[in-house]
Design a binder for this molecule. Structure first.
Ligand SMILES: Cc1cc2nc3c(=O)[nH]c(=O)nc-3n(C[C@H](O)[C@H](O)[C@H](O)COP(=O)(O)OP(=O)(O)OC[C@H]3O[C@@H](n4cnc5c(N)ncnc54)[C@H](O)[C@@H]3O)c2cc1C
Length: 419
């Protein structure tokens, strides 16, 4: 069966890989000239199985109120006159209810564990490299009040099947010596030793190159304008190339992997997908002092910022802005990230060569991606991966492939009904 994957971000390219491995004939369509050039381009780099708790949790509404109007806030809501934004924000509040948040955390953890094992297998099978490090993630707490909850949180992670342990500040320095200069300020941490990090863009590009070499067709520079339907089936996709020429591409089945742009494409079919862009920023800079740059990936729980070593570069990412489809880079948001590096890892990078980037996380209110049957007989979804698209990419793609073959995937996850 010929399957057309719509979108060549990390989700689309991994979907193509697992479908190809299962024996499907696969082609991919993307408006960009290469794979991974939108949200998968410069994310935080974490394969963060140890962070299954969604932003929508019982403490989020109070924190959001406290941060209201602060330009350097980790979470920023810029109200727009868009129904979709308000609808999303209301659903987000609903997902903050304790039982919803617990249910979402369990589902994400189950999919993330499955995903990490598929990533390891993919790496072994293809031999692709992407500045990956298997050194774990250290979650850092800078106040005694926050650190007090760390032992309980580590045990909760253990109950979800995730290896994690609470560490004193000295134990954190033993795990990552580059943090020594935080002595007297760091309260402690949680170390998740099985977590990984790596450059999602390099991964996506390397996997796309591998797929091309095994016969998967790529239609780059091809914008999808609309889906054509015939009865209860998608009969083709109407596209426009970079020279403005229009045409139709067709296959027997289609998988929607268009990130934040997924809802607009299926709206004419009467589908209302609960995905809204949540903008984030990253800074990537060359390392100037190797001993000062951590090898273990970091999550600063007090500032909601993550940091990953990518070869001879450091990637620092964070902030969440509910601001529509505006992907413009605001220098003040980049400065807030650089201030963080200056404060937590002084002297590690050359800030003059820092590259600032912004991307739109395709977020559902509870951070639960839409995986499974989409519309009609032959449209499938693998989209809406929010804060964890890199972490969940291999597992989501493997699970979707199972569903398309009529099998039930292993994770305890709310896959889309009808599959
Ligand atoms: C600042 C930041 C930090 C992050 N850190 C992490 C992290 O540390 N770990 C983690 O797991 N996740 C992280 N994420 C989330 C992760 O990056 C995303 O969830 C993931 O990249 C989404 O991948 P995607 O393939 O679904 O979307 P995208 O990468 O956006 O891919 C969608 C593709 O669809 C194409 N497209 C869209 N519309 C059309 C159209 N009409 N026609 C043709 N093509 C179209 C686009 O060109 C694009 O290539 C972070 C995100 C941000 C913004």
């Amino acid at each position: 069966m010929h399957v057309m994957v719509l979108g060549a971000g990390v989700t689309g390219v991994t979907t193509a890989w697992f479908l190809h491995k299962a024996g499907f004939e696969v082609s991919i369509v993307d408006r960009q000239p290469e794979a991974g050039l939108e949200t998968s381009f410069a994310n935080g780099g974490q394969i963060s199985v140890s962070h299954p708790e969604p932003w929508a949790n019982p403490s989020a509404p109070l924190l959001a109120l406290r941060w209201l109007g602060r330009e350097d806030a980790p979470l920023l809501f810029r109200p727009r006159a868009r129904m979709a934004q308000w609808r999303w924000a209301l659903s987000f509040l609903h997902e903050c209810l304790p039982w919803r948040s617990r249910r979402n955390t369990r589902a994400i953890a189950s999919l993330a564990i499955y995903s990490a094992s598929h990533l390891r297998a993919l790496r072994a099978e293809t031999g692709i490299t992407y500045d990956q490090l298997q050194r774990g993630i250290l979650h850092l707490f800078f106040s005694a009040a926050e650190f007090r909850h760390a032992p309980v949180r580590a045990v909760e992670l253990n109950h979800l099947g995730i290896a994690a342990r609470a560490c004193t500040a000295d134990e954190c320095f033993a795990v990552e010596p580059a943090l020594q200069r935080l002595a007297g300020r760091l309260a402690g941490g949680i170390y998740a030793q099985d977590d990984e990090s790596g450059d999602a863009f390099r991964f996506t590009q390397a996997l796309a190159g591998h797929l091309r070499s095994v016969g998967v067709r790529f239609h780059y520079g091809t914008t999808i304008e609309r889906l054509d339907r015939s009865g209860e089936q998608i009969s083709g996709i109407e596209v426009r190339d970079s020279a403005g020429r229009t045409g139709t591409l067709s296959a027997e089945a289609y998988v929607l992997c268009l990130g934040s742009f997924s809802p607009a494409i299926v709206a004419p079919l009467g589908q209302r997908l609960p995905i809204y862009p949540v903008k984030g920023y990253s800074v990537t800079a060359p390392i100037v002092e190797t001993a000062l740059a951590p090898q273990v990936s970091l999550t600063d729980e007090s500032r909601r910022i993550v940091c990953s070593r990518l070869g001879d570069r450091l990637r620092i990412a964070g902030t969440a802005e509910l601001n529509g489809f505006d992907a413009n880079v605001r220098p003040e948001r980049g400065r807030a990230i650089l201030d963080w590096v200056n404060d937590r890892l002084p002297g590690a990078i050359d800030p003059a060569q820092a590259q600032l980037w912004a991307g739109l996380r395709p977020a559902t209110p509870g951070n639960i991606p839409l995986i499974g049957k989409g519309w009609g007989k032959n449209l499938w979804y693998n989209t809406g991966h929010g804060t964890l698209g890199w972490t969940l990419s291999c597992g989501s793609a493997a699970a979707l492939t199972e569903l398309m073959q009529g099998r039930r995937p292993a994770p305890d996850f709310p896959f889309r009904p009808g599959a």
